[in-house]
Design a protein around this ligand. Structure first.
Ligand code: ADP
Length: 575
């Protein structure tokens, strides 16, 4: 990643985190609200459910009380009268949930025979009390409605034969109120293991006092009862349409015997849930309700606010962070540009300083040395001449380095503009070789120039090309031991003009050949220290070649010499 991006990343992350913190707080608050809302919805649902069950049981209780009223003032009623009463009240049709409604009569053990005979002769020839067995008191079921085949099977059943039923009936007898059994097996549907419960209301003999328990025990004549299949009862009372995220389970009594479990209850409790416990006192018994509702019910119940806050918050955070990123990057780039402008200005100043303060005096030194060498200031001894020539060569190298550095600086500040013209390459090469004559002689090199006879013009920046070729030739002179052979060959092929500088110098390792063209790259060898250099030359050559759409090739073998070729494509301006 670029440094600007790295620098601005931290503030952008801080902004993003700050916005996300606000989003997270809002999300949690809204989630809590949704949680509360789900809790309130669950409480409402629980109240509704319990209320429905309570109301329905109340209605049935009232019906049974009304049934008790039927007996008031009569010594006995027939099963037809009983049936008529139930059918007229139409309670079973209007309020579903009860399986049967009926009457059981208390009969002393001693009278059971007469009692049965009586019923058999008057109403029901097949009447039998069941289950068999001698009991002190019997409470056989004598009427049942609706008189379906299955309900009729219950006729004659002695509820005192079952401890659960007799216990509940006696509670009703002693309290004078409705009493409800625990979960009992249905007597008409035993094969299917039907879980049921029964409600009893006592019916006392007419005209007897019922103020105390003892009086009520003495006055008891029978019970109105209503039988319920648990599942049918609950499911007919509770509306089948409800939120998917809530369910309930009912247990009965202090022993918490399982009463009813809604089909999706386990599903919800397995998912992680909240619980709401409640209870309902019914007929001396208690129904314990356990409501379970989904922890994520705010989503499933359609409260999408928390999700919306999260999504919009995230989008907002990304947008804000993105905007901050763009603004900061823009500012940083501006600053960088300003900085660059400042650096370029400083570079320019340095350039003019270098050109005036370094190049001008160095050029002056060259001229004066030239004058001295040529004897304009009087004759010089041979020793003086040698020293002057060394000074002249040193000054040349200094000038070349100054020129290279200046070129580099101009290149960096984008101030190089080619000044193109047509010129003869062969003449330019010969001119350079002539100019370098002193150095060639001092190193005892043999330089040959091989150019085609044809005078072909090249269109380019003569000054730049001169600099490039001069660099290649100077390198050949530098990196070849004294007395070496250097040949410069100018050739034309179909597409290019090729200027090769071949030496039999120290050569370059294969794996080093690429890096030679990098800025300030020098390779350590026997001659590199002695001949000096800046590591800029070949970089400049490659650049100049590039500006003329050309390139530089190198072929070299260590210990045998190198050939550098400047390859320049033919131009339209060439002649
Ligand atoms: P400089 O000559 O100033 O060090 P250059 O960029 O001109 O820088 O050359 C880079 C390196 O390439 C030189 O240091 C030298 O080691 C190697 N080099 C260049 N030309 C030759 C050559 N003709 N023979 C052998 N080595 C060369």
């Amino acid at each position: 990643m670029k440094t600007i991006e790295k620098t601005i990343l931290l503030p952008v992350i801080v902004v993003f985190c700050a916005v996300m913190t606000v989003v997270a707080i809002s999300f949690t608050m809204s989630l809590n609200n949704a949680d509360k809302a789900a809790g309130a919805a669950a409480a409402e649902y629980s109240e509704q459910t319990i209320g429905l069950i309570k109301d329905r049981l109340n209605i049935f209780e009232e019906t049974l009380h009304a049934g008790v009223g039927l007996f008031a003032g009569r010594t006995s009623i027939s099963s037809a009268q009983f049936g008529e009463f139930i059918n007229t009240s139409a309670v079973l049709e209007r309020y579903s949930g009860a399986q049967s409604v009926g009457y059981v009569k208390i009969v002393e053990g001693a009278n059971i025979g007469t009692f049965s005979d009586n019923i058999r002769s008057k109403e029901n020839p097949t009447f039998t009390i069941w289950p068999e067995g001698r009991r002190a008191i019997y409470a056989p079921l004598i009427y049942v409605e609706p008189r379906s085949d299955s309900n009729k099977q219950a006729i004659g059943y002695d509820i005192y034969s079952d401890p659960d039923r007799s216990k509940t009936a006696n509670i009703a007898r002693d309290t004078g109120r409705a009493a409800i059994t625990d979960v009992v097996q249905s007597i008409i549907d035993q094969e299917n293991g039907g879980q049921s419960f029964v409600m009893y209301i006592p019916q006392y003999k007419h005209g007897l006092p019922t103020a105390t328990v003892d009086q009520r025990r003495a006055a008891i004549e029978g019970f109105m009862f209503m039988g319920f299949r648990i599942n049918t009862f609950v499911e007919s009372v509770i509306p089948s349409e409800k939120a998917e995220s809530i369910s309930f389970k009912i247990t009965m009594g202090t022993s918490k015997e399982e009463f009813y479990t809604a089909p999706d209850y386990d599903d919800i409790t397995n998912r992680g849930h909240h619980k709401l416990e409640n209870s309902l006192d019914v007929g001396g018994n208690v129904l314990n309700f356990s409501f379970a509702y989904d922890k994520n019910s705010q989503f499933s119940t359609g409260d999408s606010r928390p999700t919306a806050i999260l999504i919009f918050g995230l989008v907002a955070a990304i947008l804000i962070a993105g905007a901050v990123w763009l603004i900061l990057r823009g500012k940083a780039n501006e600053l960088l540009l300003e900085q660059e402008r400042g650096i370029n200005e400083a570079k320019d100043n340095l350039l003019s300083l270098a050109s005036h303060q370094l190049r001008t005096p160095a050029t002056g030194v060259k001229q004066y040395l030239g004058l001295l060498i040529q004897g304009f200031a009087g004759e010089v001894t041979e020793q003086q001449q040698q020293l002057l020539e060394k000074a002249y060569a040193g000054n040349e190298r200094q000038l070349k380095t100054i020129n290279d550095v200046l070129y580099l600086a101009r290149l960096g500040s984008g101030r190089i503009v080619l000044s193109k013209s047509t010129f003869l390459m062969r003449d330019l090469i010969k001119d350079i070789v002539r100019e370098l004559g002193d150095e060639v002689r001092s190193r005892h090199h043999r330089v040959t120039v091989n150019v085609p006879k044809r005078k072909k013009q090249y269109y380019g920046d003569a000054h730049m090309i001169r600099m490039a070729v001069e660099n290649l030739i100077t390198n050949a002179l530098k990196y070849t031991r004294d007395g070496g052979k250097i040949s410069i060959i100018l050739k034309y092929d179909k597409n290019n003009m090729r200027i090769s500088v071949k030496d039999n110098g120290i050569g370059i390792e294969q794996d080093q050949q690429d890096r030679l063209f990098e800025q300030f790259e020098r390779i350590d060898n026997d001659l590199s220290i002695a001949v000096g250099g800046s590591g800029i030359g070949l970089y400049v050559v490659r650049n100049i070649a590039g500006m003329h759409d050309g390139h530089v090739e190198v072929v070299s073998e260590i210990g045998h010499g190198s050939t550098f070729t400047l390859v320049l494509p033919h131009k339209r301006g060439d002649k």
